[in-house]
Design a protein around this ligand. Sequence first.
Ligand code: PLP
Length: 315
Amino acid sequence: MLTPTEKIWRNGRFIPWDEARIHVLSHVISYGTSIFEGIRCYDTASGPAIFRLREHVRRLLDSAKIYRIEVGYTAEELAEAMLELVRVNRMRACYLRPIILRGFGEMGVYGSRNPVEVFLACWEWGQYLGEEAISRGVDVCVSSWNRMAPNTLPALAKSGANYMNSQLIKMEAVINGYVEGIALDEAGYVSEGSGENIFLVRDGRLLTPPLGASVLPGITRMTVCELAQDLAIPVAETLIPREMLYIAEEVFFTGTAAEITPIRSIDRITIGAGRRGPVTERLQKEFFAITSGAKPDRRGWLTAVHAPEPAAVGS
Ligand SMILES: Cc1ncc(COP(=O)(O)O)c(C=O)c1O
């Protein structure tokens, strides 16, 4: 059970956690009309900082545009509200969850007259796939469920409805004794995990499915591609046949919740040496060095929650 924080931001105002409620006949309940984000705030050496805030807000507004939802707040307003949310709740490291939904009003699929509600919440959240996952890796399966086919539910939008598909993938995996499932796309190529993008290492090269393979355009996915560039690791977005998973030297998940999580087996076939591989480890080290503040934030990925102290007069 997650531990409540004090306040949630609702349509421009901070309200107590327990008052952030919606009516059971809200449009979102029957028809799934929600879009959301998952964002991490890291406790860095120089104070709490939100990771890739701009990019998350952009994806949130992109999701809204795809679903013709008028948000009523600019990217700058939403970003500022999220920084304020962390300050108001006096958090250091936390997970932020902006949710935009269609609320109570009319009944029927066409929801344009139902009010749009914007909520921003945060709470403390640890390792998504288990404490040991980051160092030892996880055992996963290929799901019997495919990701949404193109032109059905848009994969580029992070909508609540897409997570019904994710739930099928995750439930099947967990019930069969795996930590997570990897879904294929409609054509049978590798797509992504229920809540993570996926990368393979083959001949020292990083491979990840392209956006056309029904994947969410992950912010951590983009981050890993940029880190790979910095570390001179070649990376390609390419269609990946299922069997390539089994013969890869390394495979790992990426995601805000999962961060960079090694995969040590798929369908009980050992991947590489059956533990975190060297390329995964290099990328993880670099990622955690930047998000902890141990290494400089050279690409400007972190937004400080507290404004930097002004320089002392006369210094
Ligand atoms: C289906 C899916 N794919 C990929 C990701 C990874 O995206 P990100 O790195 O932006 O968290 C997530 C998590 O949000 C997800 O739910």
